[in-house]
Design a protein around this ligand. Structure first.
Ligand code: OFO
Length: 162
């Protein structure tokens, strides 16, 4: 069955959102590196790479469906933050936003009875659950520490093993 123009447009839009996410995390990684938090910076760098993979997965899906891929502009990400907690809170809120976007794609695929796209999106639904859990978990830890430098150092070391 042919994929609809509206579904192709929505997926191209999501490809942009994934690249925007990648850049947001790359900028967070650079901020954390500058703040001397090498482990957190490394964690965010890995997150950046994952977002590029998410974009590529959508690109390959459109290729499989014989649809046109549009490579987007990437939005300039925020460069500076108050501290590591603000970084991870922003990342958590961003993941919640991306989840809402993925759910809208599912809604569209359901309304169009596009079963192939629904099946492909299942992977993203699961992935978003994991990403919210990861970023939300780090926020909880940092909030618990409430600025305690030794604790932050420990979390930083822990995140270096991602
Ligand atoms: Fe692509 O999952 Fe995060 O944004």
């Amino acid at each position: 069955m042919h994929i609809s123009d509206s579904m192709v447009a929505a997926i191209n839009d999501q490809i942009k959102a994934e690249f925007d996410s990648a850049y947001i995390y790359l900028a967070m990684s650079a901020y954390l590196k500058d703040a001397g938090l090498d482990g957190m910076s490394h964690w965010m760098y890995k997150q950046y790479k994952e977002e590029v993979e998410h974009a590529e997965k959508f690109i390959n899906y459109l290729y499989e469906r014989g649809a046109r891929v549009i490579i987007p502009d990437v939005a300039k990400p925020k460069e500076t933050y108050t501290d590591a907690i603000e970084v991870f809170k922003t990342a958590y809120a961003h993941e919640q936003y991306v989840t809402s976007r993925i759910y809208k794609l599912v809604d569209l695929a359901v309304s169009e009875k596009d079963y192939a796209t629904q099946s492909m999106l299942k992977w993203y639904v699961d992935e978003q659950m994991e990403e919210e859990d990861n970023t939300g978990g780090i926020v909880s830890k940092l909030e618990f520490l409430g600025g305690d430098k030794h604790g932050i150092y420990t979390v930083d070391r822990e995140l270096s093993s991602r």
